[in-house]
Design a protein around this ligand. Sequence first.
Ligand SMILES: [Zn+2]
Ligand SMILES: [Zn+2]
Length: 343
Amino acid sequence: MTRIPQTTPAVGKLAPGVGNLGMREQPVRPPGPGEVLVEVIATGICGTDLHIVDEEFPSEPPVTMGHEITGEVAAIGDGVDATWLESRVACETYFSTCGQCHHCRDGKPNMCPKRRSIGSRVDGGFARWLTLPVRNLWRLPDHVGRHAGALVEPLACVTRILYDPPVVNAGDSVLVVGPGTMGMLTAQAARAAGGVVTVAGLTKDRHRLELATSMGFDTLVVGDGSAPTGFDVVAEASGHESGAALALGAVVRDGSWVQVGIFGKAIAVPLDHLTYGELRVRSGNASTPRSWRRALQLIDAGLVELDPLVSDIVPLQEWERAFAATRAGEGMKIVLDPRMGAE
Ligand SMILES: [Zn+2]
Ligand SMILES: [Zn+2]
């Protein structure tokens, strides 16, 4: 077994207010009963992390950020099945929920008002070592690349939005607005449900649209005055006001509008489209154990590919560069690897 150090380097929000992102050395907590110690392989940087930095998403600093986590189980606490040791895993994001409210009792822990999530209220995965309840773990299929396991979490958010309840019917024309990671996962999950999927982006998204093409999707470039229309289902995955306006205009009457992106602020869009078109609206907040199970079954069956979406693997020490690139919309999914260049 790997030797476990006393402290781990960690990147997070160190104080309340806009910004205050930094690196610190923090103690490694030995796993208690029902817990495991995970050695992180990779943690993805997500739009939500930028919203946390910008004070647009609640957090409890000082806190280590990072919630798209894959790693290997390095140690187990009392009562944990020994087969978890050395397993390669992806990690669910709720450190705790109240277990008492009607949402928890309905099996929707994502709705619990007292939910404490890893990476915003409890220390997360931008660190080399992380202690978690064993119930958060999912074993990864062997064919998933080491770093790509970080993308199971965003896929579980997408399967929550699209499948629970189902939004896409076989043969539906589906437009995904925004070819970032969430858009590409949405496109794949919609195709797995039988949708005929087109991915839309801006001129600056050229490389992302090329990736979409290589994964078998039709693509279109918006912003030159043309506006797509007539899609049965439109998923807004850009998190921008202009993307939302475009998405609303692209839904056919009696169709469905699916909100995937997060704006972080109030936006102005022509909501009368909902009324005149009798549109159905669907979204989802984070993930549930059921959406994780579905995500892993899609991966296992080869219906969703994660590996092509990992564009950059950056050492944890170089977090500033990785955050700047994520903010600039460079590449696709940028992950931090705490072992790279460390040892
Ligand atoms: Zn995320
Ligand atoms: Zn609850």
